[in-house]
Every structure is written in structure tokens, then in C-alpha cells.
Ligand binder design. Structure first.
Ligand code: ADP
Ligand code: MG
Length: 481
């Protein structure tokens, strides 16, 4: 029965902007400060305290909008959204109501099914609330106001998402874009990116949307998937039994993998929105827009094209290099130093990534300069050094002492490959002499044995025999011997 239903999902993502200070005052906006140390009278909502707009937050929101192809609203105002909650000292949240700073736009995602476009409805600016802590005191709820007033953008999709895979691909892409732009760290565990999922089901072919439920505050991409899958099943079961869906706000219990109702949905007019009289409307000028546009770095889609078309990288490599900004930044510097683009990608995604993972580091911590990496890559590509030896012996040395020259290191560790015909021939003869039976089989036509001989020469020479020369000499010996 399940395949007669269609899943419909719209996501609302809150992304915390990486500004130094809060949206409407000079309090620090960093994560993890001791509780209630970043709280001026503005943050605490003292009577008479006046807000003042942080223009960097506005620029960041516009940056995201331009990256997603949104239309930018030129004349904006902030509205008060009223509700009572202990972590909201003013009794209202300052948000944008009828003039979201970005409208429309889209995000293109890839899943196993192919490429899909998720349309955006809007991106608006708002301040975050404080944080209620239920686990520091057994009898009381404590409140930390550090987060109150921190700038957020809320990115809202149209109800275009049709599966949990699409939802997770969308979130991955969105997080990548935020990180590329340097406007949000995308860290879901620390709450700097949070997601509400709106979920409904309808019969396939039906045009009208079904009644939705909204699942609040999902804190990992995995939980977004789980929550959507659970909810889809629950809503289909209700539909099967002919029970109407209640429009609700729900919460996901990650330990149980289930969701439960928090409250029935409030309407916009419950919030008594009105323009904040303490904040004048603000305008976005042509100059400001152009300046921001000029500061947008190349994004993954564009870079993937560049790497496949100009550098002839395979699609998969190009995409993987673009998966994170640090790898791209290093790769961009590396390709200036080396003509071996494919090898450069292999090095970053292979040996370099494994060493960094082992040490719990990222490329930002990688001490070896692109020039030095290029020199190492050249040694391998030009047949002077074996790839696996270069990765296992030279790379760790270089990390310990980045000032060393890769060639000097290879020489001093006696690792350079030999392209000396006499020397390699001696290893070839020794290898063949060890396996006379195999040589006979080879000559009878079992050509696959060549790999065995190559391996033996590699072993005897401790990886130092130039593989191309080894091959040539082996064939010479075997075919003419
Ligand atoms: P609300 O007023 O309840 O916040 P909005 O119309 O602003 O609702 O939409 C909030 C989010 O819910 C958007 O991402 C939108 O795409 C999504 N959405 C709206 N209706 C549905 C629906 N019937 N099913 C799934 N998602 C929906
Ligand atoms: Mg909503």
C-alpha cells in the first residue's frame, strides 16, 4: 500500500552566522563561553536598552542569498515576533516578517536517483533565543543567555523534497555552501545549524498538499532522515485508517527513534507581529550588493566543472576534492605547483587524508607546503620514487620536518628507485631464477604470471626498482630467454 502515497517535505534551517558580535549589540557571539558572560542589557532585554544593527550579519545573509540565486530585498525592516518563553527575556524575538532579505533561489542536490532542484522560499535574518538547561540542577531549569541575540539566517525551502535521501543531500549541500562562504561553521552538534522538518503525505498524483506536521530542532543529518522516515510511516498509517492528521509541532526522540506531539500549531497572528519601532528600516545599495557579489568564492558546482574540463580529473575525484573547502584551498595551491593534477588529487584524497585522519587533524593543520608536495609528486610521477614508499616513508618525515627537501630525504633514506639497467637486470634475473617452474608456465602462455614476477622484483629491490624498467626487462628476459 505504501507506494500509493507520496512523501512531501519542506525544511527550515537555522544557521548561526560567524560574526564576532550579536545581531543587535556588541556582545560576543562565540560558542562555548561560560554561561551568562556575553550578556549586556540589550541581550537581557532591560527596559530602555536599544538595539543597533550588525551590518556584517546583513552582508552574510546576502552572500548566502546570492550563492543560491535568490532575489535580494532592497528595503528591509525588522519585526517583533511575540511569545513568552524563559529563554526570551524581551518577550519577543526580532525577526523579519514580510520582507525576508532573500526571496526565491534554489539548491541543486544529487542522490542515487539523479539531480534534483530544491526551490527556496526565502532566507531571513533573525536573532537566536537563549538556552534553557534542564540538566545542571535536578530541581530547576537554568537559563544561559549567551546565545540570546546571536545572528541567524533561516533558510526555508518550498515543499519540494520527496524522500529522506533528498533531505539529507539538501542539508549536506547547504552546509557545504555555508562553509565555503565562511558564514557559518555548519556544526550541527554544537547547534550552529539546526533543522525543522515539515512533513506530510498525499496520494500519488494528488495536487493539493496534505496536512503537515513540523518536527522541531533536529540536530544531525542522520536524525533528520530518521525523523522523516518515522513520520512518513506514522502519517501513512493514519491515512490508511482514515484518521485526519492534526497540524502539529512535534519533537523527535533520538534515543527511541519516535516523535511525540509538543503543541498544536500556532498561527502567524498569534505572534502579534509588528515592525520593531527601535530599529529603522535598512536599505541594501547597489554598491553593497556588488561588493558582496565580488567577494563570493568559486562554489563546488563551478569548481567541479573546472576540474573535470580543464584538469581532466575524473568526475568522482573532482567532486571529492570539492567536498570540503580546506581540500579545495590546498588543491588550488597545489595545481599551481604541479602539472600532475590527477596525482595531486590522489595524494590529497589518499595518503595525506589518512595521515591527517590518524592525527585527528584537517588540511588547515597540514604543515607541508604545496611546493614541497609538488616536488614529492614529481619524484613519483617521474619514476624516481615508488608511490607507496613515498606515502609511508617520506610523507611522515616531511610532516615532522616540513623544511626538508623531498629529494634529499629520499636520497638520505636510500629510497630512490633505480633506473640503472644493470642493477634492475640483476634483480630481474634473481627473481626469475627463484621461480623456474613459473617461468616455464609463463612461456607456455600463462601471461598473467607477469604480476608475480613484478612483485618478486619489487620485494627483492625493496621497492627501489623502477616499475617501468622492471616490466621492460622482465618481458625481454621472458620472451627471449
Ligand atoms: P508555517 O506558516 O506553518 O511556518 P510555511 O508555509 O511558512 O508554514 O512553511 C514552512 C515550511 O513547511 C516550508 O519549508 C514549506 O515548504 C513547508 N510546508 C508547507 N506546507 C507543507 C506541507 N503540506 N507538507 C510539507 N511541507 C510543507
Ligand atoms: Mg515554521
Amino acid at each position: 500500500m505504501q507506494n500509493v502515497y507520496e512523501l512531501v517535505v519542506g525544511l527550515e534551517v537555522h544557521a548561526q552566522l560567524l560574526t564576532q558580535t550579536k545581531l543587535f549589540c556588541g556582545d560576543g557571539a562565540s560558542f562555548g563561553a561560560p554561561p551568562n558572560t556575553q550578556v549586556s542589557p540589550v541581550t537581557l532585554g532591560h527596559p530602555g536598552a536599544l538595539p543597533r544593527l550588525n551590518r556584517t550579519a546583513v552582508d552574510f545573509a546576502i552572500k548566502m542569498g546570492l550563492a543560491c540565486g535568490c532575489e535580494i530585498e532592497r528595503t528591509n525592516y525588522f519585526a517583533r515576533k511575540h511569545y513568552f518563553y524563559p529563554d526570551l527575556p524581551k518577550g519577543y524575538q526580532i525577526s523579519q516578517h514580510t520582507t525576508p532579505i532573500c526571496k526565491g533561489g534554489k539548491v541543486t542536490v544529487r542522490t542515487a536517483e539523479g539531480e534534483t532542484t530544491i526551490r527556496l522560499n526565502r532566507i531571513h535574518l533573525e536573532e537566536d533565543a537563549g538556552k534553557s538547561l534542564h540538566d545542571v540542577d535536578p530541581n530547576n531549569t537554568a537559563v544561559d543567555y549567551n546565545r540570546a541575540g546571536v545572528p541567524l539566517i533561516e533558510i526555508v525551502t518550498e515543499p519540494d523534497i520527496r524522500s529522506s535521501e533528498e533531505a539529507s543531500a539538501y542539508l549536506t549541500e547547504l552546509r557545504k555552501t555555508l562553509r565555503y562562504l565562511g558564514i557559518c561553521d555548519g556544526n550541527m552538534e554544537e547547534g550552529s545549524m539546526r533543522c525543522d522538518a515539515n512533513v506530510s503525505v498525499r496520494l500519488k498524483g494528488e495536487k493539493a498538499l496534505g496536512t503537515k506536521v513540523e518536527i522541531k530542532n533536529l540536530n544531525s543529518i542522520r536524525n533528520v532522515r530518521r525523523a522523516i522516515e518515522y513520520e512518513a510511516k506514522r502519517l501513512i498509517e493514519l491515512a490508511e485508517q482514515g484518521i485526519p492528521v492534526q497540524q502539529q509541532t512535534r519533537s523527535f526522540d533520538a534515543a527511541e527513534g519516535t516523535s511525540f506531539a509538543m503543541r498544536d500549531k500556532e498561527e502567524a497572528n498569534d505572534y502579534r507581529y509588528f515592525a520593531d519601532p527601535d530599529l529603522p528600516p535598512f536599505h541594501v545599495s547597489d554598491e553593497q550588493l556588488e561588493k558582496i557579489r565580488a567577494g563570493i568564492p568559486a562554489l563546488p558546482a563551478e569548481l567541479t566543472l573546472k576540474y573535470t574540463r580543464e584538469l581532466q580529473l575524473p568526475e568522482y575525484d573532482a567532486r571529492t576534492v570539492c567536498d570540503d573547502k580546506e581540500t579545495v584551498d590546498y588543491f588550488e595551491k597545489l595545481i599551481v605547483e604541479t602539472p600532475y593534477y590527477k596525482a595531486a588529487a590522489n595524494w590529497l584524497l589518499g595518503p595525506v587524508r589518512s595521515v591527517l585522519n590518524e592525527n585527528g587533524q584537517t588540511l588547515d593543520d597540514f604543515p607541508v607546503s604545496p611546493a614541497s608536495m609538488a616536488a614529492l609528486i614529481a619524484l613519483v610521477e617521474e619514476g624516481k620514487l615508488n608511490f607507496s614508499i613515498a606515502g609511508s616513508r617520506i610523507l611522515p618525515q616531511l610532516i615532522r620536518d616540513p623544511a626538508q627537501d623531498p629529494l634529499d630525504l629520499a636520497v638520505s633514506l636510500n629510497l630512490l628507485q633505480s633506473s640503472d639497467v644493470d642493477e634492475v637486470m640483476a634483480w630481474v634475473e634473481e627473481a626469475l631464477a627463484k621461480m623456474p617452474d613459473k617461468v616455464v608456465e609463463y612461456r607456455k602462455g600463462k601471461k598473467g604470471l607477469i604480476g608475480l614476477f613484478v612483485g618478486e622484483v619489487k620485494k627483492l629491490s625493496k621497492g627501489k626498482a623502477d616499475p617501468r624498467l622492471t616490466n621492460r626487462l622482465l618481458l625481454e628476459k621472458l620472451d627471449n630467454g
